[in-house]
Design a protein around this ligand. Structure first.
Ligand code: BG6
Length: 483
């Protein structure tokens, strides 16, 4: 397997918030890796823009450190210096007029122009307006915006309206970095590239689906943000919702932005409101050895959830009667994200009741150790009659695809290159984001109205016992969380 790197067109990329955490951790090291792979053309230029006064040399030092600290790959020092030649900086005042003319002077005609808003959403409007009024952006320019895209439907609508005043929807790239993950895209390849699965992909054959995004990290260091958000807004409304859409959607006619996004939107619109008996919130507690959630966010009475598990119904012809169980949390036992499709038992066992019940399970591991496992039932080898056992047909993508598989770009790298190519398939459309909030809002409001307090759970565990009970009551069991 040879990896195919197709260089993108020459571009000018301005990163607002260029000195911030996201730029240092993800955007700049990611761009460097694309540079090393040969995907970034010679003439490309990256301009950091932020409030602080700094010259090009100062910014280059910061980028150099960021690339070294946050993994620019194994590239030689020489490559890094070549990359830095394409990097510069301009101090701008997002709410005033300072710096905008100078920034404009750095942009060159006849190339793709993209503006990355790696700043607080409160500044989106100010920046968008100045991009237009100072003549930096035109009708071909692209803007990239990060999550959180609002905190509820109303604020998301307001953000969409603000951006729409200055840019057309085809120019707006809303990032959900889960869509840039290799295995997440593989969900579409597996579903729509194989004849094997699609005929079984419905309520007639699938008992239920589990989507788990478990993290071992806690919220220390970002408690201020997290406590205003919680797992529902931070993970479910966006990342888990996107996974649910890709697993549940109808085949789009083409792998094109609006064809894919139309189908995802239909899934979100088909979601039933969640019955509050079918949702469990949790918050990790302190123990003898470590502080708990409340200490991490500095609020001894916080009732924000760091874990959520729920049963979701997709009410359409394909899925009516097949529940989707979603689960995500911080400070859990292992970092593990997977989607498991649990098929129904065979309608009749020709081997008699003593052979037991056996269901096929297709588990798609998103991270770490990306791969797929299909649990199949076979005869236990050896004499002693027809004893059945379940064995995994296991495939690790890294092994199956060889050494090139390790070189796949990370989510941010891929998404930024898609912006430059003008491909919106892996970005969320405004109506999709709003529909996701419209479904999420009543759940959060319900908690507030009932004064719901999350169930405590032990750090390093599977989450609160109530989550296990919820499935148990329905005769089902969560899959083990393991790395
Ligand atoms: C972010 C959330 O969007 O995704 C974080 O704000 C979370 O809370 C992160 O930790 C998870 O991303 P990944 O790529 O590590 O699975």
């Amino acid at each position: 397997m040879v990896s195919r790197v197709i260089p993108v067109d020459p571009f000018d990329l301005v990163i607002f918030g260029g000195t911030g955490d996201l730029a240092r951790r993800k955007i700049l090291p990611g761009l460097f890796r694309r540079f090393c792979s040969g995907q970034m053309p010679e003439e490309a230029q990256i301009i950091g823009a932020a409030r602080s006064e700094m010259d090009d040399a100062g910014f280059r030092d910061m980028v150099r450190e960021a690339v070294v600290e946050f993994g620019g790959g194994q590239a030689a020092e020489e490559m890094l210096e070549q990359f830095l030649e394409r990097v510069s900086y301009e101090a701008v005042d997002a709410k005033g007029s300072g710096g905008w003319e100078a920034l404009k002077g750095r942009l060159r005609a006849g190339r793709v122009r993209a503006f990355y808003f790696s700043v607080a959403p409160a500044l989106f409007g100010d920046i968008a307006e100045r991009l237009r009024s100072f003549g930096l952006a035109d009708d071909d320019s692209r803007v990239v915006v990060e999550k959180p895209f609002g905190k509820d439907l109303e604020s998301a609508r307001a953000l969409n309206a603000t951006l729409a005043r200055h840019f057309d929807e085809t120019q707006i790239y809303r990032i959900d970095h889960y869509l840039g993950k290799e295995t997440v895209q593989n969900l579409m390849a597996v579903r729509f590239g194989n004849m094997l699965f699609e005929p079984l992909w419905n309520a007639q054959y699938v008992d239920h689906i589990q989507i788990t995004v478990a993290e071992t990290v806690d919220v220390s260091g970002r408690g201020g943000y997290y406590d205003t958000s919680g797992a529902m807004r931070d993970m479910v409304q966006n990342h888990l919702m996107q996974l649910l859409c890709l697993i549940a959607m109808e085949p789009p006619a083409r792998f094109e932005p609006d064809a894919v996004r139309d189908e995802k939107l239909k899934v979100i619109r088909a979601l039933d409101p969640v019955d509050w008996h079918h949702i469990v919130r949790g918050q990790y507690a302190a123990d003898d050895n470590q502080p708990g959630y409340r200490a991490h966010v500095g609020d001894p009475r916080s009732t924000t959830e760091s874990f959520v598990a729920m049963k979701v119904n997709v009410s359409n012809w394909r899925w009516a009667g097949t529940p989707f169980y979603l689960r995500t949390g911080k400070a859990l036992k292992a970092r593990s994200s997977e989607i498991a499709v649990i098929f129904k038992d065979a309608p009749h066992s020709i081997f008699g009741p003593e052979a037991g019940k056996h269901a096929n399970v297709l588990a798609i591991r998103l991270q770490p150790n990306e791969g797929m496992t299909l649990k199949v039932t076979i005869k236990e080898p050896g004499p002693g009659g027809m004893r059945l056992v379940d064995v995994p047909l296991d495939m690790s993508f890294a092994e199956a695809l060889g050494p090139d598989a390790e070189e796949v770009p990370d989510a941010y790298e891929r998404l930024i290159m898609d912006v430059i190519r003008g491909n919106q398939t892996l970005f969320m459309r405004g109506d999709e984001v709003e529909a996701a909030w419209a479904w999420t809002d009543p759940i959060i409001e319900g908690w507030q109205q009932r004064g719901d307090v999350p169930k405590p759970y032990e750090a390093g565990s599977n989450g609160p016992e109530d989550a296990a009970m919820m499935l148990h009551r329905q005769g089902r069991k969560w899959r083990e969380i393991k790395a």
